[in-house]
Design a protein around this ligand. Structure first.
Ligand SMILES: Nc1nc2c(ncn2[C@@H]2O[C@@H]3COP(=O)(O)O[C@H]4[C@@H](O)[C@H](n5cnc6c(=O)[nH]c(N)nc65)O[C@@H]4COP(=O)(O)O[C@H]3[C@H]2O)c(=O)[nH]1
Length: 847
């Protein structure tokens, strides 16, 4: 047993070598001992400390392990610190701070009291604790749920984010598997967890977006990341799972993707809307979603309500929106969302009997607006309890109304395109394409049912005149009026369409010839009712051609073509008439087609020629001029009279070519006669009204005259009164230009057509040609004589030369001469003759 001195030495050595810092203090707080560990901890030599006050060491104060500062008063009395675990910051001279865990004990010696402070270096431990504190902060304060599982995928730790996100407390889930918790509902099927565990076992992370459920079975979209932790032997020891709620973005993405895919695939509107409802109900099973459309008349039209009985939608169909029409009708009317308690809200008074029996208690409806702000529908959430929308519901509605608006706008655009593609913009009637389809369907039905059907081709009479003289808006009005009259006359099962311009088609179903006659007469009467276009009162009329199924054709093309032919026939027999197609008509039409082709060829091969008929001055018997008349001798058919081929040339657009040729040929012939000493004073050439549409005609005439060195006065252009009906703006200009060149204009067939003579003042004519019908009746009819007398008086008073046509005998000649007629032409003198024969005739008659 060592003596006391030895014991003190042993103690001093022991204290010196102990790993913890030791400082011994006197009651006066002065340091008596400062061991090697204390020197290392404080970074101070013991010489700097011993004999100095404790304050050298505790410059920064004391704290308890729970980081509470120890009161200064207590710190001043060492006794107050005895037995208390303390933590003390140590500011070392090198600027670093170390931490020590200090405990002070009191040693009571006989003559004095000593205090021994043992200080353990806890700097590293504090750092670790701080790191752990921060780590746990990071883990718990995140919005994500963190789940740590063991090798058997059983939960060993969850952070507080897990409780916030899923609603379970840690003690409820420790030891359970996440898949049993999160994928337990029908909304969140557990599909592939076997694969996931296998993947984690190989040390590979798993990432995916999953629909999971919380403790209340509410679905949530989560981004799931599972990171495996493997031990030194490569075995799975833990998995750290991080679940981040992406419901909002995912919901947007999934809804949008599915709905847009449906739109791209041209799914019908109700199906797209049902898809939206179903998706929304999958994400928020507590809501019952419905979509209503608001039509152009402001009426509700159910589009989708997959979890509602049909009767509910039926009851709402056609309800007009208004300031107190349930949640939807009101939301559509106000243009803003409406939340209502179905049982008590007055908005629901007339409708609550529909919703309450279904257990629906609240309804929150939002308007669906187009990009221009117009309300086109409503999107509603019905609830089984008295409540309002959650933030998730608001987000769902925000996304859904946008998608609904796209779907509705697309539907409208499609309807507009259909309208533009298949309906006539002016009258709203089916256009040619739709008419064709509808008529073919009607024909198929008639064929199946063994019924007959009539196709009416309707062409308005003188429509062009209305357009040209009253303007296009008046023409449009007339077309709309006629459309309304046609529609009002036929049955709903009949088809009315507009082909183009003033051409309409009516297909009368279940209709034979006699019924077709009745309805056509009704139509003509309806069309002919007086009609006011601005200040002008008009009595329209239409020419109608009729073809019958099956007699006249078995398809729409044939029936329409034949009705067109019949219409043409009706038109030529006078206005306001109708005509049935007949086979003779068909033959005629075919003949006409053949003739048209032959005329084209005749023009190309120069098979036409001119005959000339002399015109005699009645005063002195001299030659006044010759009229050139076209002749066509067809190699097979023989002579075809101008009365047949001139109108044909006019209809098929050959008249320009024909008249150019006649002008050139007549001028060439006149020049040729003159060259060979025949004094032919002038040549007359017939032109048709359409020739005057050509603004280049005056130049052509001028060029032709100059080519043959003729004067303008050598040529007379014969026009007919039909020209007065022509409203083409070029006509008057062309006439004026020709007259201005000095070419004479003669009014042919004078007295047969136009009732008013006022035009003679406006038209620059120099010559009137009395129609041969007057000359024919001259000898036997006094009234005719009075008329011919009047004509010569008019001619004289307007200083016009009057030529009498068709003079066949000398009585006529004498009568005309007696009345003062200047010139005559007719078989009495000579029929129209080929140029060579006329030459001979002239020489024989010494003219
Ligand atoms: N009954 C009877 N008839 C007589 C007598 N003298 C002459 N004629 C006929 O009366 C018609 C007179 O011609 P238009 O009135 O200009 O009527 C012409 C004219 O409007 C038109 N036409 C003829 N050639 C041309 C032409 O080159 N261009 C145009 N645009 N029309 C033409 O065809 C119509 C018929 O011509 P055509 O058959 O040649 O018939 C001619 C002529 O042959 C007579 O004493 N008694």
């Amino acid at each position: 047993m060592p003596n006391i001195q030895d014991a003190a030495v042993i103690l001093a050595h022991t204290l010196e070598q102990t790993v913890d810092a030791v400082a011994m203090l006197g009651a006066d707080r002065k340091v008596l001992l400062f061991n090697a560990a204390a020197e290392r901890l404080w970074g101070l030599e013991r010489a700097e400390v011993i004999g100095h006050s404790l304050d050298v060491l505790l410059a920064q104060g004391l704290v308890t392990p729970s980081c509470e500062a120890v009161e200064t008063a207590a710190a001043e009395s060492l006794d107050a610190l005895v037995g208390k675990p303390l933590e003390v910051p140590i500011h070392r001279p090198d600027g670093n701070t170390a931490w020590g865990a200090m405990s002070i004990s009191r040693v009571e010696l006989p003559e004095r009291t000593l205090y021994t402070a043992f200080v353990k270096d806890i700097t590293e431990q504090r750092r670790l604790n701080e790191t752990l504190r921060l780590l746990s902060l990071g883990l718990n304060e995140t919005d994500s749920a963190v789940v740590i599982t063991d090798a058997d995928h059983r939960i060993v730790h969850v952070n507080s984010g897990f409780t916030r996100m899923f609603g379970w407390q840690p003690q409820e889930v420790i030891g359970r598997q996440p898949r049993d918790l999160l994928f337990s509902s029908a909304h969140c099927p557990r599909t592939h967890f076997g694969d996931v565990h296998a993947q984690l076992a190989t040390g590979r992370s798993y990432r995916s977006d999953e629909l999971v459920c919380d403790s209340q079975e509410r679905p949530l979209w989560c981004s799931v990341v599972l990171n495996p932790i493997v031990d030194a032997g490569g075995r799975l020891s833990n998995t750290v799972g991080i679940y981040t709620d992406i419901t909002h973005t995912k919901m947007h993405e999934v809804l949008q993707h599915k709905v847009l895919a449906a739109l791209v695939q041209e799914e019908p509107l109700p199906e797209v809307m049902t898809l939206i409802c179903r998706e929304v109900e999958r994400i928020a099973p507590e809501v019952v979603a419905t979509i209503l459309q608001v039509d152009n008349e402001g009426k509700l039209r159910p589009l989708a309500a997959p979890r509602m009985p049909e009767s509910y939608s039926r009851a709402l169909d056609g309800v007009e929106i208004g300031p107190s029409v349930g949640s939807c009708g009101t939301a559509a009317f106000r243009g803003e969302p409406v939340l209502a308690d179905i049982a008590t809200d007055p908005l629901w008074a007339p409708y609550k009997h529909l919703a309450l029996p279904l257990g629906l208690v609240s309804c929150w409806s939002s308007p669906i607006k187009r990009s221009d702000g117009r309300v086109v529908g409503t999107f509603a959430f019905y609830y089984h309890d008295r409540r309002g929308p959650t933030p998730l519901h608001k987000r769902l509605v925000e996304v859904s109304v946008h998608l609904c608006a796209i779907a509705l706008e697309r539907e409208e655009a499609r309807a507009r395109i259909r309208q533009l593609a298949f309906y006539d913009g002016l009258t709203g009637l089916p256009n040619r394409s739709l008419l064709q389809v509808q008529a073919e369907q009607a024909i198929t039905r008639a064929n199946r049912e063994q019924e007959s059907l009539a196709v009416l081709f309707i062409d308005l009479d003188r429509f062009k005149q209305v357009n040209d003289s009253l303007g296009h808006p008046a023409g449009d009005d007339l077309l709309r009026t006629v459309t309304a009259r046609l529609r009002a006359t036929v049955r709903d099962s009949d088809i009315v369409g507009r082909l183009s311009g003033d051409e309409f088609v009516v297909v009368l179903t279940q209709c034979d010839a006699s019924r077709a006659t009745d309805i056509t007469e009704q139509l003509q009467r309806a069309i002919a009712a007086p009609c006011h276009l601005g200040d002008i009162a008009l009595t329209p009329s239409a020419s109608i051609g009729i073809s019958l199924f099956p007699q006249n054709g078995r398809d729409m093309d044939t029936l329409l073509h034949r009705a067109d032919m019949a219409m043409y026939q009706a038109k030529t027999s006078g206005r306001g008439r109708f005509s049935f197609f007949s086979n003779e008509m068909n033959l005629l039409a075919q003949e006409r087609l053949a003739l048209e082709a032959a005329l084209r060829e005749a023009l190309r091969k120069e098979q036409l020629h001119l005959h000339y008929q002399p015109q005699i001055d009645l005063k002195d018997g001299h030659l006044y001029g010759v009229e050139a008349l076209a002749r066509w001798t067809h190699p097979e058919i023989g002579n075809i009279p101008p009365i047949r081929f001139i109108p044909l040339a006019e209809e098929c657009g050959l008249i320009g070519e024909l008249s150019d040729w006649a002008l050139r040929e007549a001028c060439r012939q006149l020049a040729d006669w003159r060259k060979r000493g025949l004094a032919v004073p002038a040549v007359s050439v017939n032109l048709s009204a359409t020739n005057f549409h050509n603004l280049e005609l005056p130049q052509l005439i001028a060029d032709t005259l100059s080519t043959h060195a003729l004067a303008a006065s050598d040529l007379t252009v014969e026009i007919t009164e039909s020209l007065l009906m022509d409203t083409n703006p070029s006509t008057m200009k062309t006439l004026g230009d020709i007259h201005a060149q000095g070419v004479r204009l003669a009014m042919d067939d004078f007295g047969t057509g136009y009732s008013s003579l006022g035009y003679l003042r406006r038209l620059p004519v120099s010559e009137l040609k009395l129609d041969k019908s007057f000359v024919r009746d001259l000898a036997r009819d006094e009234a005719t004589r009075a008329l011919t007398n009047a004509v010569i008086r008019i001619g004289d008073s307007l200083r016009l030369t009057v030529v009498a046509e068709g003079v066949e005998d000398s009585t006529q000649q004498e009568l005309l001469k007696a009345q003062g007629y200047h010139v005559a032409q007719g078989y009495l003198f000579s029929p129209p003759l080929p140029a060579a024969e006329l030459e001979r005739w002239l020489r024989e008659h010494a003219l």
